[in-house]
Design a protein around this ligand. Structure first.
Ligand code: AMP
Length: 281
């Protein structure tokens, strides 16, 4: 596995792979890698010949009062994990390599990039869309792999790639969970022991809510039930629990098409997100 810190070097390395006839797959991450990230690498390896992972904690997607400074950074163990997973190349630029001081361009995806998480994190999806666009332009991968754990983010990326005619196929990978259902996340490290015990209630509640919808219950009742259940389980507040069309992310209230329940909730000082599918009945 070879590590590159500059755009020039990674471009040259990937150009050589392509010249040799290899298909390339990219897995963008912010590091603090866990099994969820590794399943993206596994998918990229299954679909392509050469896999490049990126590690970059993207300042653009953090709000002024968010955890950019304290976001977990564990480069050595990340590189060991990537190597063990069979990743071929790593792109690990510093901030100045991607963002000159007068960087002033913003990619903003209307529609799927609004509502839900965008309400409490107004700059988040512009930050994600901008960095992902840059990474796709630097790497020019045939395939780029992202997690369904960040469902709205995946929808934003699919849309920007389609709208901007970026010639990369976007592949989504199902959420990898702990045995008790908690979605793996770099931010789970923030949870104190009692919070960690309560955290699986998010997935359990969303799963039950999906079952209730499939039994024909009214969404407004299910939404109220789910909110109360999370607070009972020890969550401090619920940002949102929304039932949406699985591709447009528009609000829906009946299981007459493929849907998704998206949620974000706070447990102490940690904001957790999760989502589950709701089958068409
Ligand atoms: P992050 O490092 O948190 O920005 O995530 C990098 C990529 O890993 C994104 O595509 C995430 O959706 C994906 N990811 C994060 N957690 C999981 C998980 N538990 N299962 C699958 N993919 C994940």
């Amino acid at each position: 596995m070879i590590i590159y810190n500059t755009k020039k070097e990674i471009r040259e390395a990937l150009a050589k792979c392509r010249a040799a006839g290899d298909q390339t797959g990219a897995v963008p991450t912010m590091g603090a890698l866990h099994e969820g990230h590794l399943s993206l690498i596994e998918t990229a390896k299954a679909l392509t010949d050469r896999v490049v992972a990126t590690i970059f904690v993207n300042p653009l997607q953090f709000g002024p009062n968010e955890d950019f400074d304290t976001y977990p950074r564990s480069v050595e163990s990340d590189l060991a994990r990537l190597e063990a997973s069979g990743c071929d190349l790593v792109f690990m630029p510093d901030r100045a390599e991607l963002f000159p001081p007068d960087f002033s361009t913003k990619i903003s995806v209307a529609g799927v990039g609004e509502d839900h998480c965008a309400i409490s994190r107004p700059q988040f999806f512009d930050g994600v869309a901008t960095i992902v666009t840059k990474l796709l332009l630097v790497l020019s991968p045939d395939v780029a792999v992202f997690g369904e754990k960040d469902y709205q983010q995946l929808a934003v990326i699919r849309r920007l790639v389609r709208d901007l005619d970026i010639p990369t196929s976007i592949v989504g990978v199902p959420t990898v969970r702990q045995a008790d259902g908690l979605a793996m996340s770099s931010r789970n490290q923030y949870l104190a022991a009692a919070e960690r015990d309560a955290a699986p209630a998010l997935f359990v509640t969303l799963t039950r809510a999906a079952e209730k919808l499939q039994l024909g219950h009214d969404w407004s009742i299910v939404q109220g039930w789910a909110t109360a259940r999370l607070i009972d389980a020890g969550f401090s507040s619920v940002d949102y629990i929304n039932y949406v069309d699985a591709s447009s992310l528009a609000h829906i209230d009946r299981a007459n098409r493929p849907g998704r329940i998206l949620a974000a909730a706070w447990i102490g000082k940690t904001r957790l997100i999760d989502n589950v599918p709701v089958k068409e009945t």
